[in-house]
Design a protein around this ligand. Structure first.
Ligand SMILES: Nc1ncnc2c1ncn2[C@@H]1O[C@H](COP(=O)(O)OP(=O)(O)OP(=O)(O)O)[C@@H](O)[C@H]1O
Ligand SMILES: [Mg+2]
Length: 273
């Protein structure tokens, strides 16, 4: 389901990102529209989580503009940023649940933090959201009593309980068995369609994500290398795209972290002492 006629929910225009002297990505142009599920793909260290941090306003762009909900994120004050973040649900890469809280209380947490709704409404909303991920009847369990795949579904429920307009998933499939992986992928698609929101999915998993996404953005070598529908990317003859999709060890994707002045300086210090 792709609605390209609408204004984008997220828009990167000529964006450069980095940390200190280290530039991760340059001149990135990406638009994500309501109703779309998009995949951000690329090798380890290519900058996928960095893109997510720029979207939430945690990392300022060095050049260009990141617009979220039509607003330049760099122009928002603390209050504006908080308001924008309330409209986003984030499933972090190391998305830990509160282990001392039950499944129910984990999902209730954002409602208690950000809304003034009654206990009765919280009960209804949380059970309804747990139902979406198939875990209504696990509400009473402790986090230590559920499996890894179930925990991922609880985290997913927690990320969507405020019915966000934008959901960011950082590697939601990592460490899941093929069945749980398929379930989570279908859930992401279904939840996006049900809420009419946009979803950005950071993943390495080609077949599962290609089955559910509208658009794929492939990053590497410090830039956006390719974008298109799963079919367009599958048909690409670009060497990088081909290597990534086929998971081939040889090709333009570097295995080694690049040499930097900071490393040489560190090594010089080591060899001097
Ligand atoms: N806080 C930070 N300070 C300095 N450098 C960082 C920081 N976070 C990430 N980096 C560097 O930025 C680059 C991109 O990192 P990022 O976490 O965005 O990669 P990624 O594509 O998400 O990788 P992975 O698939 O392994 O999660 C890496 O080279 C990393 O070393
Ligand atoms: Mg990452």
């Amino acid at each position: 389901m792709t609605h390209v006629a609408s204004d984008p929910i997220v828009s990167f225009a000529g964006v450069s990102l980095g940390y200190g002297e280290f530039t991760v990505l340059e001149d990135v142009n990406i638009d994500v529209h309501p109703g779309q599920v998009v995949a951000m793909m690329g090798g380890s260290g290519s900058g996928k989580t960095t893109l997510l941090r720029a979207t939430t306003g945690q990392l300022p762009a060095r050049a260009g503009a990141v617009r979220v909900f039509g607003q330049d994120i760099a122009g928002l004050d603390e209050k504006g940023l908080r308001a924008a973040r309330q409209r986003m649900g984030v499933l972090f890469q190391q998305g830990a649940l509160f282990t001392d809280l039950s499944v129910f209380e984990n999902v209730a947490f954002p409602l208690r933090e950000h809304t003034c709704i009654s206990e009765h409404q919280i009960l209804e909303r949380v059970l309804e959201t747990l139902d979406r991920v198939g875990l209504r009847h696990a509400a009473h369990l402790g986090i230590s009593e559920i499996s890894g795949g179930m925990a991922r579904r609880v985290a997913l429920a927690r990320a969507v309980v405020l019915e966000p307009e934008l959901i960011l998933y950082d590697e939601p499939f990592a460490g899941l068995d093929p069945i749980s992986l398929g379930i989570i992928a279908q859930l992401i698609r279904r939840m996006t369609d049900a809420l009419g929101c946009a979803s950005i999915l950071i993943t390495h998993d080609v077949p599962e994500s290609f089955a559910i996404v509208d658009q794929v953005f492939l990053i590497g070598q410090g830039q956006l290398i390719a974008q298109g529908t799963p079919d367009q990317l599958s048909a690409s003859t670009d060497a990088y795209v081909h290597q990534f999709l086929e998971g081939e060890p040889d090709g333009p994707i570097a295995f080694h972290y690049p040499d930097t002045p900071a490393f040489e300086q560190w090594l010089a210090g080591k060899t001097r002492s």
